[in-house]
Design a protein around this ligand. Structure first.
Ligand code: HEC
Length: 230
C-alpha cells in the first residue's frame, strides 16, 4: 500500500476541506438519533398508552377534559396532568394509576387498572425527567424474523390497542386481550388492514398515530408465518 501524505490527498477530500464553512448546513439539519431501547420516548411509548386508555370522549380528550386533564399530546400532558420530573410521588399522573382507593384510581373502576408494564413505562418516563425526547425509529435495526406472539406482538397490542379492545364491550366487537382474539383478526386480514391503514379498513389505533414501520413489519411477518401462538 502506498502511504498517503498531504501532497497526495485525493481531489474530492480537498474539496470538502476547502468548502466555505457558512455553506455547511449544520444548524439547520434535524438531529436524527436512533431509538435507544433503554430510553422511554413520549411519542412512541407513553402516548399510545394514554391514547388507548384515557384520551376518550367523556374522559381526557380535549373536548371532555375531565378535571381539566387532557391527555392527547405531550404539551397537553405537561400543561394539565401534574408531571413532576424525576419525582413519582408528586406526579399526579402516576399517583392516580396506583391509587388503592378505587374511586380515585385511573382508569376508574369498573375499567381495569393499567397493566404493571404500562405503569412501569409511565413511571420510568417521569424518572427520566418527563421529557419529549425524540428518536428516529427508522435508524434502528428492525428484526422482523421469527416474530414471537408473546414477546413481540402481544406487548405492542397491549400498549396501543387494548384500552379500547378489551372489557365487556370491546370496540368494534373485537377483543384483543389474548391470543384467541388477535388470531381471529390476524386470519381474516383485518389486523394487517387496520394497522397498515389500507383503504377499506378502519385506521388503527383509532385517533392515534400509526404504529412505527418496524412494529407494522413485525406484526405483518408474524401473520405471514401463520399467526402462531409462539
Ligand atoms: C381509541 C380506541 C381504539 C384504539 C386505541 C384502537 N382501536 Fe381498533 N377499533 C376501535 C373502534 C371504535 C373500532 C370500530 C370502528 C368501526 O367499526 O367504526 C375498531 C375497529 C378495529 C378493527 C376492525 C377494523 C375494520 O376495518 O373492520 C380492528 C382490526 C382493530 N380495531 C384493531 C386495532 C388494533 C390492532 C389496534 C392497536 C394497534 C387498535 N385497534 C386500537 C377503537 C380503537
Amino acid at each position: 500500500m502506498i502511504p498517503i501524505d498531504d501532497d497526495m490527498m485525493p481531489i474530492d477530500t480537498m474539496d470538502i476541506d476547502t468548502m466555505p464553512v457558512d455553506t455547511m448546513p449544520v444548524d439547520t439539519m434535524p438531529v436524527a438519533v436512533p431509538c435507544d431501547p433503554q430510553v422511554i420516548y413520549f411519542d412512541q411509548d407513553v402516548l399510545p398508552i394514554l391514547n388507548s386508555n384515557c384520551a376518550f370522549s367523556g374522559c381526557h380528550d380535549a373536548a371532555s377534559a375531565e378535571d381539566g386533564v387532557i391527555l392527547e399530546s405531550y404539551e397537553d400532558v405537561i400543561a394539565t396532568a401534574d408531571v413532576e420530573p424525576f419525582n413519582l410521588n408528586d406526579s399526579e399522573i402516576y399517583e392516580v394509576l396506583v391509587d388503592s382507593d378505587l374511586d380515585e384510581r385511573m382508569p376508574p373502576a369498573p375499567t381495569a387498572a393499567l397493566s404493571s408494564e404500562q405503569i412501569q413505562i409511565i413511571a420510568q418516563w417521569i424518572l427520566q425527567g418527563g421529557e419529549n425526547l425524540e428518536c428516529d425509529p427508522t435508524l434502528s435495526e428492525c428484526d422482523s424474523t421469527d416474530v414471537s406472539f408473546s414477546i413481540i406482538v402481544q406487548p405492542i397490542i397491549a400498549s396501543h390497542c387494548q384500552g379500547c379492545h378489551s372489557g365487556s364491550v370491546p370496540s368494534g366487537g373485537i377483543d384483543l386481550v389474548d391470543y384467541d382474539g388477535v388470531k381471529v383478526v390476524a386470519d381474516d386480514g383485518k389486523l394487517i388492514g387496520a394497522i397498515s391503514w389500507d383503504s377499506g379498513f378502519e385506521n388503527m389505533p383509532q385517533g392515534g398515530d400509526q404504529l412505527s414501520d418496524c412494529n407494522i413489519s413485525k406484526i405483518r411477518s408474524w401473520v405471514e408465518d401463520g399467526a402462531p401462538n409462539n
